[in-house]
Design a protein around this ligand. Sequence first.
Ligand code: SF4
Length: 328
Amino acid sequence: MGMQELPIYEAPVRGILTATSGFIREAGFSHSLTPARNCTFGCTYCYVPTMGIYGGLKPPDWQRWGQFTTFKSNAPDLLRKQLRKDQMIYCSPLVDPYQPAEERRQAMRPILAAIAERPPALFVIQTRGPLILRDLDLLRTLARHTTVRVSFSLTTDREEVRRWFEPHCAPLEERLRAIERLREEGIEVFATLAPLLPSNIERLVEAALQATTQDIIGDPLHIREHKRHGATTRQAAFRIAGVRGFREWLDPDFQVLLTARIAELVERAGRRFAAGPEGFSWLAALPAGAGGSIDASTRRNTAEGTGGSRQAWRSAREFGSVLGRVDR
Ligand code: SF4
């Protein structure tokens, strides 16, 4: 069965905007918007199915992660009721809004249209899907009313690694072209190196620097954010790493060195690199004068990070310790 034929279901939900907590809140977002339950990218390392009910999933979702999806059928109607102008929205922590099933379902178009009708203070899309280019018209409209950013995930420069770990995602070149197109259209876009898969780090960082003009964000958001509920990388990714000879990429100390090396390369190019909430707080930074609903102390704690390299180092160690614990 091809990706296009995977079952797509619909179900109404009670609410569409969720007040943030943990990592995303610390980064500065007040709400998250998740347009579907289950993600047909089905990445081998995805943390979401390991969250179970904490990720708003039902058992078939985590048992058959990536094999079907259920769109929230009343999302646009709910948005019209729930949107407020001080909200800072992250879309999405639990699925990729431009997952393969979105090509057929086109859920994001009415969602973006509803958001443009009642624009929040900030709307950030986290994706790895070049399909986002389909909605350039709506993104441009939205960008006239509010701050819109795209955080585009780049995971590896090695095509065979991509095929092993995330076979349904686009190759790096396609993602870089999508980033460039978004920029040409005046949409602010960040490269997010997360999760970092086995790569030639120098080449991957260079590609990210070339494609974007913003600071570079890294670190696997997904693992640390939900750590307290025991969410972590799926076992499939550990098995692949073992079989393909990439075990060191799951080693905490190696991760620390990698992240520090990325910070060094990025800073040498005159830009900043950070991981964890500090990196993601750049996505949530509002232009001067715009008002969001996250209180000043949350924002200050994030902004007073320890600086790119040291923060990256700390985050990598935390990330590494999670991976390490699961690995043993
Ligand atoms: S890692 Fe992201 S894109 Fe991949 S399956 Fe999980 S939610 Fe979807």
